[in-house]
Design a protein around this ligand. Structure first.
Ligand code: ARG
Length: 463
């Protein structure tokens, strides 16, 4: 049977059923229930601690809320739409369990500071989980990188062959991106972890509450200094959505590379059956659905960020119901980022294999050692621009002759410039080309080995 709304006494008639449904958030904010219960338990303890209610009443409230937690976990507490939202649903059930004392829980509190508290507790937890997913992803990246320091892969700019790379160096670029993601989430956490509890509806409360006490019980670092700001701030959600969007940017760039690498045109990787799918009509197909989905899902996270920015823009202080719209996009972003990180981790760990022989051939069959010919001359005193122009001409004539740089005879080299000696062949071999880029942060093997050690230490020291 539908129960009257908590606030129905002030009203003449009941809500239109369609409007009740339109207004309700219970279908999605039930996700917050565990945080709502924890927040309410802290509030109840504070009410008792400050003498606003008796110690016994405080205990009754705390244990009644704990019972709801158990009921929820056992699937026995499933509030319907008539509860409006998770906060009313809990309060109503609490009063059924503990009797009239349940009606004291909402003393000195509003759903406005309550929902802000719940959302922050939720996000704080989720951020920690996402950081753990990021770490798992990084571990797999490092495992593959460590095996492939001396595996060479063409490096591109403008998607044109540029200079060959150590495959580990390429993968470590993604380590760096996700390391920034990990740090960024830690930074966002600092602004998520501020307590709005006790800001009341907007102006604070007439009761002698202790906001620092609840903040401490809930492990918040501090409390909002201004009650209006406390109930209407969603900057923390926007910051999180920015961080989530950047994670998706990084995952979708890697996805795009994997999709290209798996194509017949590149043939740099083979997709394993456990992470690839077939076509309904073309029997030969093996599709990279995982990275495609990750690339596609990036759009929805960006969309949620945009939606949240637009919800906040021009919103007058303090709480407005618009703010109820903060939740679904936030939850969906959290779930999407977690799912994508997990899928990409599995894909890297067991879903693909680098075709090292093919990669070795790829780096030997192009002009990506041309810079090294110019560097060879420049290192021997020829001004770089002059050397560059000279090599440009060599590339042009070699293409016309259907040759690569390694095919030129020593005679031909010396006609181009007398400085060339027999060591030019060694200097332009792909392995030398890569290992010689030993500048700090470069792809030279020695640099990559150092970078791997640093990366391992980074993920060890920060848990
Ligand atoms: N369900 C509401 C939300 O998510 C809770 C806060 C309601 N506050 C109010 N003043 N109507 O935003």
């Amino acid at each position: 049977m539908t129960q009257p709304q908590t606030w129905s006494q002030r009203f003449e008639s009941a809500l239109h059923p369609a409007i009740a449904l339109f207004n309700a958030s219970i279908n999605f904010d039930i996700e917050l229930i565990e945080y709502d219960l924890t927040g309410s338990q802290a509030h109840a303890k504070m009410l008792a601690h400050t003498g606003i209610i008796s110690a016994e009443e405080g205990e009754q409230l705390v244990s009644g809320l704990e019972q709801i937690r158990q009921e929820y976990r056992q699937g026995k507490f499933q509030p319907g739409v008539d509860a409006e939202d998770v906060h009313f649903a809990v309060e109503r059930r609490l009063t059924e369990i503990v009797g009239d004392v349940g009606k004291k829980l909402h003393t000195a509190r509003s759903r406005n500071d309550q929902v802000g508290t719940d959302t922050r507790l939720y996000l704080r937890d989720q951020i920690q989980q996402i950081r753990n997913y990021l770490r798992e992803f990084q571990r797999v990246l490092l495992d593959i990188a460590e095996q492939n320091v001396e595996t060479l892969i063409p490096g591109y700019t403008h998607l044109q062959r540029a200079q060959p790379l150590s495959l580990a160096h390429h993968l470590l670029a993604y380590f760096e991106m996700t390391q920034r993601d990990w740090e960024r989430l830690g930074d966002v956490s600092r602004r998520v972890n501020i307590s709005p509890l006790g800001c009341g509806a907007l102006a604070g409360t007439t009761f002698p509450i202790d906001r620092h006490y609840t903040a401490q019980l809930l492990n918040f670092d501090s409390v909002y200094a201004n009650s209006l700001d406390g109930v209407s701030d969603r900057d923390f959600a926007i910051e999180f959505l920015c961080a989530a969007s950047l994670i998706m940017v990084h995952l979708s760039r890697l996805s795009e590379e994997i999709i290209l690498w798996a194509s017949e045109e590149f043939r740099f990787i083979t997709l394993k059956d456990s992470c690839a799918t077939g076509s309904s009509i073309m029997p030969q197909k093996k599709n990279p659905d995982v990275p495609e989905l990750v690339r596609g899902k990036t759009g929805r996270v960006f969309g949620h960020l945009q939606a949240m920015l637009v919800i906040m823009k021009g919103l007058p202080l303090a709480y407005n119901k618009d703010l109820q719209e903060d939740k679904e996009g936030l939850f969906d972003s959290v779930n999407t980022v977690k799912a994508c990180l997990e899928a990409m981790t599995i894909l890297l760990r067991e879903g693909l294999e680098f075709r090292t022989q093919r990669l070795g051939e790829a780096v030997a069959e192009d002009f990506s050692n041309a810079t090294d010919v110019a560097d060879y001359l420049a290192a021997r005193g020829v001004p770089f621009r002059e050397a560059y122009n000279l090599v440009g001409k060599v590339v042009k004539s070699s293409i016309a002759a259907g040759k690569l740089l390694k095919d030129l005879t020593l005679d031909e080299w010396q006609q181009i410039h007398p400085t060339f000696a027999a060591d030019i062949y060694e200097a332009i071999a792909p392995r030398t080309v890569v290992s010689a880029r030993n500048s700090y942060g470069g792809t030279g093997f020695a640099q990559v080995h150092k970078a791997l050690v640093t990366a391992r230490n980074q993920i060890k020291s920060e848990v």
